[in-house]
Design a protein around this ligand. Structure first.
Ligand SMILES: C[S@@+](CC[C@H](N)C(=O)[O-])C[C@H]1O[C@@H](n2cnc3c(N)ncnc32)[C@H](O)[C@@H]1O
Length: 237
């Protein structure tokens, strides 16, 4: 980690160091990533992924790419449903804790796949971690075939007063403590703070449209504390 990031007071890295910071952070928390995730979300993360997979509305056997696959939660669900799956992530630590075939190390900003290689693409809880979301959305569009389906699962911030207060208490105060207790402290301060990187619905929609997607749809869960975004790769670009 750069000296600048070691000395910073914010849980967020500097812009130029974000990719390296994120990669090293996920390497370091990979051994207990699954445990902390399940505890933090009361296992609801899996139901949001399953909802996302169903929303792809693709035939069994379709070829699906899971970007930023981490320890393979999406990949395992997709394989169980008989899809042909490839997973890609840049953290060797996360990949090494997946214990499944079909995963490879790679960067979402420049993926080693030809244009139109996939019928579907999933990406879970990674949008706020990418150094440049616009470049990543362009890559998603490039590797999907025309008519291919996209599903993004992410955290979100409630906007309703009472829910917003309760969520803030849990996500900003309790989650970092649970993370510190079960895994390590700094990464679980980054997690809630990193929602600052997430564009709002209007901006995300505009970005996806400009990357060549259509039919962009947002579905929120648990008082808007998580979101599943689906879209279709336009036939004509
Ligand atoms: C919060 S984890 C989510 C893992 C998994 N998708 C899930 O649903 O549990 C974010 C993942 O994004 C990966 N990641 C972040 N930036 C990346 C990039 N540019 N290329 C590939 N993977 C990236 C990290 O290594 C990490 O595994």
């Amino acid at each position: 980690m750069s000296e600048k990031n070691q000395n910073r007071t914010s849980p967020l890295p500097s812009a130029e160091d974000k990719a390296r910071f994120v990669q090293e952070m996920f390497d370091s928390i990979s051994p207990r990533y699954d445990l902390v995730n399940r505890v933090m979300t009361f296992k609801m993360d899996q139901s949001w992924r399953r909802f996302g997979v169903d929303s792809l509305n693709l035939q069994r056997g379709s070829k699906i790419l899971d970007v930023a696959c981490g320890t393979g939660d999406f990949v395992k669900i997709l394989k169980k449903m008989n899809y042909e799956v490839v997973g890609i992530d840049f953290s060797i630590g996360m990949l090494s804790h997946a214990n499944i075939d079909g995963l490879a190390q790679g960067d979402a900003m420049s993926m080693p796949f030809a244009e139109g290689s996939f019928d579907g693409l999933t990406c879970g809880f990674a949008l706020r971690n990418f150094a440049d979301l616009g470049i990543v959305f362009d890559e998603f569009s490039r590797v999907l075939r025309p008519g291919g389906r996209l599903c993004l699962v992410e955290v979100s911030r409630p906007t309703n007063g009472f829910i917003k207060f309760g969520h803030g208490l849990y996500f900003d105060r309790i989650v970092p403590r649970v993370g510190a207790l079960l895994s390590s402290s700094e990464p679980y301060k980054y997690l809630p703070a990193s929602t600052a990187y997430l564009p709002d619905e209007a901006k995300l929609r505009a970005m996806l449209l400009s990357s060549g997607f259509e039919g962009v749809n947002f579905k929120y869960f648990l008082g808007k504390s998580s979101q599943v975004i689906t879209a279709t790769r336009s036939a004509a670009l």
